[in-house]
Design a protein around this ligand. Structure first.
Ligand SMILES: Nc1ncnc2c1ncn2[C@@H]1O[C@H](COP(=O)(O)OP(=O)(O)OP(=O)(O)O)[C@@H](O)[C@H]1O
Ligand SMILES: [Mg+2]
Length: 126
């Protein structure tokens, strides 16, 4: 069985469309996306936000002891040898240089089945 990996990328909400387009352009149109809330090293501070906020909201966020920032999770199962390319493209689209640009995790995947055909592994992905 070919080696498969899950690439889980947690990105800014306003980067979803560009990320989706970029993955499609390099031949990976299939993935699952979730809305989520998260916090990184800064514990959900302002620069992790994807958009400007009013001074009132800004103050609230600054004072909150444990805030969470809206993010998007992209979950794609892909052949292992394509992981570097996919990770690189996600970084290229999402990197602004500010805190909160996101995180990418890569996991091994035991198997995949395409329900329509019963195909397994790589066959089920391509
Ligand atoms: N160790 C982690 N485990 C699980 N999810 C994480 C982890 N670190 C970050 N995340 C998720 O990724 C999102 C983006 O994290 P973020 O980009 O702020 O990471 P960071 O390590 O704080 O880096 P930076 O200093 O660039 O902000 C978080 O809101 C959270 O959802
Ligand atoms: Mg952070």
């Amino acid at each position: 069985m070919s080696n498969l990996c899950e690439v889980m990328a947690i990105v800014r909400t306003n980067k979803m469309t560009d990320t989706k387009k970029a993955l499609e352009e390099i031949g990976y149109p299939s993935f699952t996306a979730f809305r989520c809330f998260g916090r990184g090293k800064q514990g959900g501070r302002l620069k992790e936000l994807a958009y400007p906020v009013s001074p009132e909201i800004k103050e609230k966020i600054e004072q909150a002891p444990a805030s969470f920032i809206p993010k998007r999770i992209i979950m794609a199962v892909v052949p292992e040898d394509t992981v570097p390319k996919i990770v690189e493209i996600i970084i290229r689209v999402n990197q602004t240089g500010e805190h909160g640009d996101g995180k990418i995790f890569v996991f091994p995947v035991e198997d995949t089945k395409r329900v329509r055909t019963g195909d397994s592994g790589l066959e089920a992905l391509l």
